[in-house]
Ligand binder design. Structure first.
Ligand SMILES: [Zn+2]
Ligand SMILES: [Zn+2]
Length: 125
């Protein structure tokens, strides 16, 4: 059951490798910390990640419109399982029953909420 830390083997291609996580770890129940090959590090709340799911059930394939809103996601949502998908993405099983989410590394990197990237203010979550 569960996991604490998963490691991902780096792809051989140097450009791809820069945006590859070297470590994905749970921080308590509601946050996930990702360390990147270029030593960047960011902590994502589970709710934020769940709301950022890019799968066909969460984002309209045609319009690109989000079908899931932060409000509809429990604040204590947990990642039940995180597994690498090839060398480009991770798959997350969520405690709300959503299990089709795949998060490409480049998407995850764009979502990084650290003060350096500041995609979105963490205080909003
Ligand atoms: Zn989804
Ligand atoms: Zn960042």
């Amino acid at each position: 059951m569960g996991y604490s830390t998963i490691s991902i083997r780096s792809p051989s291609d140097a450009m791809t490798r820069l945006h590859t996580p070297t470590e994905i770890a749970k921080v308590g129940e509601t946050a996930i910390r990702i360390k990147w090959e270029d030593e960047h590090e960011g902590s994502y709340t589970t709710r934020y990640l769940r709301a950022s799911c890019q799968c066909a059930a969460c984002v309209d394939e045609w319009t690109g419109e989000k079908r899931v809103s932060m409000d509809s996601i429990p604040s204590d949502i947990r990642a039940l399982k995180i597994a690498p998908v090839g060398q480009y993405a991770i798959h997350i099983d969520w405690s709300d029953g959503h299990s089709t989410g795949i998060y490409a590394f480049d998407v995850l990197r764009k979502l990084c909420p650290c003060s350096g990237c500041l995609a979105l203010p963490l205080s909003a979550f």
